[in-house]
Design a protein around this ligand. Structure first.
Ligand code: FAD
Ligand code: PYC
Length: 417
């Protein structure tokens, strides 16, 4: 009788991740496309998918300098929520949250969306006031969020320590029940496979190194590590590196790039029912379906393009986790990594046309763009296809930093900056 390993059976049933990857890697760029997306993260692949699926543009390519999902999409802690303060953000993030609900069906790929609830802790009187303000603003915008007492917070998340005598006692929490997590790399692969099926070329190991403009200043071609590729529409979704790529066309953006780190523990049986975040003490945690605790830290204090950060940031985060969840004190950590996030002055993204005709940008998601992937990709595709913003992303312009129409979401970013 023929024997199969679990891996060979998996490959037989699904084609195997390696199989799909090598198929994309073989794709040779055509000399010209109707549109090109720079950056094969969730936002770029998603935009390519919606360009093809909703706007009928199928002669398009995604150019990725490494491998798809190898940037922040495959490095984040997968928290999904829409409890932002301002109306503009509520519309954008809630558009996305709604799309998560049936994304697996739309893409025919299990992105493992799990709306298990996201709880944000308050540890000081200031936290209580700020978080309650968010709860009220969210409810006015139809975004679900509720204030919990410490006892109610513990009832929702039994491992939580609500002892009054700890250094940062829990004074209450906001709970968005419709928030949760999804499988990060599955989002990149799901969009890539669905886009590929519609004819999109996904070209890995292809770095954009130059942007050529015609006599009128409009985009006409990209210089890449795999040769010159012509296109009159180029959308850039190159988180962490956006200012470098846009700089190739002479466009300056108000962005700074910082390392942001995360780590996972050894896997254990299911013990942690939801997502808990604490902005004040720089720690957030959930448990993945593999059983690992997924723990995230604050950003490093210094700008950098390296995908790793300083060790003491993690030590601080782990101290906070041990204080909030004493039962995790003896657990061992398995892996630590970092990503580079690009941060705008108002901690809100830019999804917009640029001053260069045919050049569009989707960036500035800082520490929080994973949750926005479907909604952001959807409105970015609209912006590229129609050469005008979708009503949802119309406020997220570059010009707001000149005009002062900021959307200041520093408090909702939920991660220490
Ligand atoms: P990416 O996935 O980074 O994709 C951009 C791609 O562009 C990369 O693959 C890169 O290689 C490519 N690229 C760059 N330059 C070039 C070039 N010149 N040519 C070709 N390709 C290029 N968000 C949340 O909502 N919830 C969270 O819990 C969360 N946790 C996080 C934890 C960590 C540790 C980190 C680092 C981030 C976290 N985020 C979180 C933020 C989130 O990961 C990002 O905002 C989001 O994934 C950005 O997606 P993207 O597709 O824009 O970027
Ligand atoms: O935006 O929810 C978020 C987040 C959590 C961790 C990093 N970003």
């Amino acid at each position: 009788m023929q024997k199969f390993s679990a891996w060979s059976l998996l490959k037989k049933s699904f084609g195997g991740h390696k199989g799909w990857q090598s198929q994309w890697r073989r794709a040779t760029p055509k000399p010209e496309y109707d549109a090109i997306i720079v950056g094969g993260g969730g936002h770029g692949l998603g935009a390519a998918y919606y360009l093809a699926a909703e706007h009928g543009l199928t002669n398009i390519a995604v150019l990725e300098k490494g491998w798809i999902g190898g940037g922040n999409t495959g490095r984040n802690t997968t928290i999904i929520r829409s409890n932002y303060l301002f109306d503009e953000s509520a519309r954008l993030y809630d558009h996305s949250l709604k799309m998560w609900n049936d994304l697996a069906q739309v893409l025919n790929y299990n992105v493992m969306f799990s709306p298990r609830g996201v709880m944000m802790l308050a540890h000081t009187v200031h936290d209580v006031q700020v978080i309650k303000r968010h709860v009220h603003a969210n409810r006015c915008n139809g975004v679900d969020n509720a204030w919990l007492t410490p006892a109610q917070a513990k009832e929702f998340c039994p491992p939580l320590n609500i002892d009054d005598n700890i250094r940062y006692p829990v004074m209450g929490a906001a709970l968005q029940r419709s928030g949760g997590t999804a499988r990060h790399d599955a989002v990149a692969w799901g969009y890539a496979r669905a886009a590929d099926a519609l004819g999109v070329d996904i070209i890995e190991n292809c770095e954009v190194t130059g942007i050529r403009r015609d006599a009128n200043g409009a985009v006409e071609a990209l210089e890449t590590s795999r040769g010159l590729i012509k296109s009159r529409k180029v959308g850039v979704s190159a988180a962490g590196n956006t200012s470098v790529v846009l700089g190739l066309a002479g466009v300056r953006l108000p962005l700074e790039s910082f390392p942001l780190q995360a780590l996972v523990s050894e896997p254990i049986k299911p013990v942690f029912p939801c997502v808990v975040m604490s902005n004040s003490i720089h720690a957030y945690v959930s448990q993945s379906d593999k059983g690992e605790l997924v723990i995230g830290a604050g950003t490093d204090a210094y700008t950098s393009y390296t995908q790793r950060g300083a060790l003491h940031i993690n030590a601080h985060t782990l101290e906070a986790i041990c204080e909030l969840f004493p039962m995790f004190r003896r657990m061992r950590m398995l892996r630590n990594w970092g990503g580079i996030v690009d941060v705008t002055p108002d901690r809100s993204p830019i999804i917009a046309k640029t001053p260069v005709q045919g050049l569009y940008v989707n960036c500035g998601w800082g520490t929080g763009g994973f949750k926005a992937t479907p909604g952001s990709a959807h409105v970015f595709a609209w912006t590229i296809a129609k050469d005008e913003p979708h009503p949802i992303n119309a406020p997220f312009t570059i010009e707001r930093f000149r005009d002062g129409t900021l959307i200041d979401e520093a408090a909702a970013a939920a991660v220490a900056h």
